[in-house]
Design a protein around this ligand. Structure first.
Ligand SMILES: Nc1ncnc2c1ncn2[C@@H]1O[C@H](COP(=O)(O)OP(=O)(O)OP(=O)(O)O)[C@@H](O)[C@H]1O
Ligand SMILES: N[C@@H](CCO)C(=O)O
Length: 300
């Protein structure tokens, strides 16, 4: 790739982890490479890899929009900009493609301007653009994140996750836009369900902080979003059940879906895959499987 351009490699992420709606996420070792330089008088965008057939090459492009937000914040008037992206993260998949695009655009624009904004400033602006911090936090900082955005500031705590924990992403090769998957959620929830999720999300956080993964079976349960989203992802609970039967620590809808995620030890990895593959095969759903680890570094 062009060595004269600024380059950042941004990891994918899985959000919610079951009960941690809009506040828990983990960075994954699947990447978008994004390149940028000031050049000429126009906007030029090249895209290869995932989404290359339909990602916008104009001012509607999300990497550009994120970069523009930084230039505007810094009162920099742009003439020409060249952007290249090489994408591994499937779009609208529940693997944080939009968050990776936003972080990539912002980090590079800030770097072009001499890095005046801190990493935390970038996270605040990225959360504002995405609306929540559960994907942008891990994409920027890596690791397991508890990340909560109050409309102005993003507060987060990060924990490294060891390589012996596997994140198996089952991607059914279709797009579900986050906006649509948020549209099926109710305006109000039952008090009992709120209490249910507070318990599960707290236990899940403690499990990742201490490495007590045996608790994930119970701690990945959710009553806030998965139950409504199964309308868009009918295989959802069958996959969770098959993953647990196959020996996974836990399983959940990745972000807004449609990817399903299983967390597994090295010993149970093949068994979990075999068990879950059957669910997709029986329903004739095309499937791509990603065997992933946590990325503990973030955008670099
Ligand atoms: N590499 C990219 N370059 C430019 N735009 C992108 C890129 N990746 C994603 N996008 C934009 O983000 C949209 C997908 O965002 P959406 O939030 O629906 O899905 P997601 O981020 O993959 O899922 P989730 O937030 O559940 O993990 C795409 O339709 C596209 O507009
Ligand atoms: N927390 C978000 C992740 C996807 O952007 C959701 O579930 O809608």
């Amino acid at each position: 790739m062009d060595k004269s351009m600024m380059h950042v490699r941004v990891p994918a992420s899985t959000a919610n982890l079951g009960p941690g709606f809009d506040c828990l996420g983990i960075a994954l070792n699947l990447y978008n490479d994004i390149y940028m330089e000031l050049s000429g008088k126009e906007l030029t965008i090249e895209v290869s890899g995932e989404g290359q057939l339909f990602i916008e090459r104009n001012e509607e492009n999300l990497v550009y929009k994120a970069a523009k937000k930084i230039f505007d914040r810094l009162n920099i008037k742009l003439s020409g900009l060249k952007i290249k992206t090489v994408n591994e993260i499937p779009l609208g998949s529940g693997l944080g493609s939009s968050a990776a695009a936003i972080i990539g655009g912002m980090v590079l624009a800030n770097r072009i301007c001499g890095n005046p904004l801190s990493s935390d400033d970038i996270l605040d602006l990225a959360s504002e653009m995405e609306g929540h911090a559960d994907n942008v936090g891990p994409s920027l900082n890596g690791g397991f994140n508890v990340a909560t955005y109050d409309g102005v500031k993003t507060l987060y705590i990060k924990k490294r996750i060891d390589d012996d924990i596997n994140f198996i992403a089952f991607y059914p090769n279709r797009e579900v836009k986050t906006r649509r998957a948020r549209g099926v959620l109710p305006e109000r929830i039952d008090y009992k369900n709120a209490v249910f999720n507070v318990g599960r999300a707290s236990l899940l956080t403690a499990a990742f902080m201490t490495g007590d993964y045996a608790k994930l079976r119970y701690a990945t349960e959710d009553m806030l979003h998965q139950v409504y989203r199964k309308e868009l992802i009918p295989e959802l609970y069958f996959v969770i059940e098959a993953a647990l039967m196959g020996g996974a620590y836990g399983a959940f809808l990745s972000g807004a879906g449609p990817t399903m995620m299983a967390v597994s030890s090295n010993d149970m990895l093949d068994n979990v895959i075999k068990s879950v593959e059957a669910v997709y095969r029986d329903r004739n759903i095309p499937l791509k499987i990603y065997r992933l680890k946590c990325d503990n570094i973030g955008a670099k």
